[in-house]
Design a protein around this ligand. Sequence first.
Ligand code: URA
Length: 468
Amino acid sequence: MTQDQQSTYAIHPIDVILHKRDGLALTDAEIRAFIRAIVDRTPRKQLVTDAQIAAFLMAVFLHGLDPRELATLTEAMRFSGEVAYTEALNTFTIDKHSTGGVGDKTSLLIAPILAAAGLAHPTRDGVPGIVVPMISGRSLGHTGGTLDKLETIPGFNTQLSFAEMRDVLRECAAALIGQTPAIVPADRILYALRDHTGTVESPFLIAASIMSKKLAEGLNALVLDVKVGSGAFMPTYEKSKFLAELMVRTGETSRTRTVALLTTMDEPLGRFSGNWVEVWECVDIMKQVRHPMSADLIELTNILSGWMLHLAGQADSPEEGAKLSDEILRSGAAYKAWLKIIAAQGGDTTLFEDPASHHKPTATRILTASQSGYLTGMDCKQVGWAVQRLGAGRAIPGDPVSSHAGIEMHAKLGDKLEANQPLVTLFSEDASLLDEPEAMLRKTLQITNAPIAKQPLIREVITANSLT
Ligand code: URA
């Protein structure tokens, strides 16, 4: 009998825990049985208890997983619920995932850029030649969530079934939806327990969590934006790189071309951080209103889209892809695709005619430079927390977020400043929420007499070929 022919329930959770606790490699059958037991259990039939799941998580945290175990865990999680079955569209399916940052709104630009490219080159069946089935998340810790930003658009429905998503993809080439309880239910259960057992930071568990959800979209290719720097989740460059390598290897094992870019997150990306303000910034860019503070956002967007266009076969190199991406932005094709996607998902597109007029914070405060000099440092995580505390994020899961809370940065790292010039504008819908974020920003933004050398935006690219 092969491993796969073994009855999954003939494997007892306690044995799986003991094997991992003792540092042994788990068999594929053991991993699959454990994940099946997690999702098949009911209150009356406790195939595996929370205590056992917690013990399993800690054993994985302490001993890690080899590449085969990680690939099997990711696949078992991926197929623990509904999968998108985008293969039915018979086209090239691609997505991007970011490990999360401050002001990181590239998804709002990348989806319409790739959609415009897909709509311009349909297949023989009339389906767009590239589709982007983007499943996004909500704000997490100090970082914002694409879903929270999109939900500031009145009427926009992110809760589509996979069948509805395929209809939007056929028409618009991209769909922007949220996770439902039916998608990768194993991750929801594991994540909740990780949060309570000190096992969130395991790179193996993070890789399985992220990749199971992305691969459930049925992708041909995936581009990962793995952040490094003071605003990244991973505390060191080495840990970010290790996570990137795990994810690239896992994606490739699942026959999804996977590339990871290690990108700098030492300061908020672009001009605004918040919810509606980030939509506004992206709409401006798509309408060729390029604010100087958005330059890094546009650059990163074009580099990530460039890789995606290259992997999708529309550009000979990532560099050619980046040029094509910028052309798509400048031509207005991305904006047209954006309007189509938003309308197809029920959103009110009239707001985009004058996005600035829909920014309605009731409390605003300007933080000015305390002295002249150069902006030379900040703890970007603290900046992210300041944005969240203005009301853009939630203290408790399920809380509503404020559409109009956020910040506008008026300087980038390395910029020369005059004393009293505006540094950051804070926005909130509650004046009592301004003081703490202001103090946090004042404390973390460093002005010194001498300039600094800035880290480049792209630090390293990890592909299947660069894996050791
Ligand atoms: N994002 C996820 O989806 N999972 C993790 O474990 C961490 C970040």
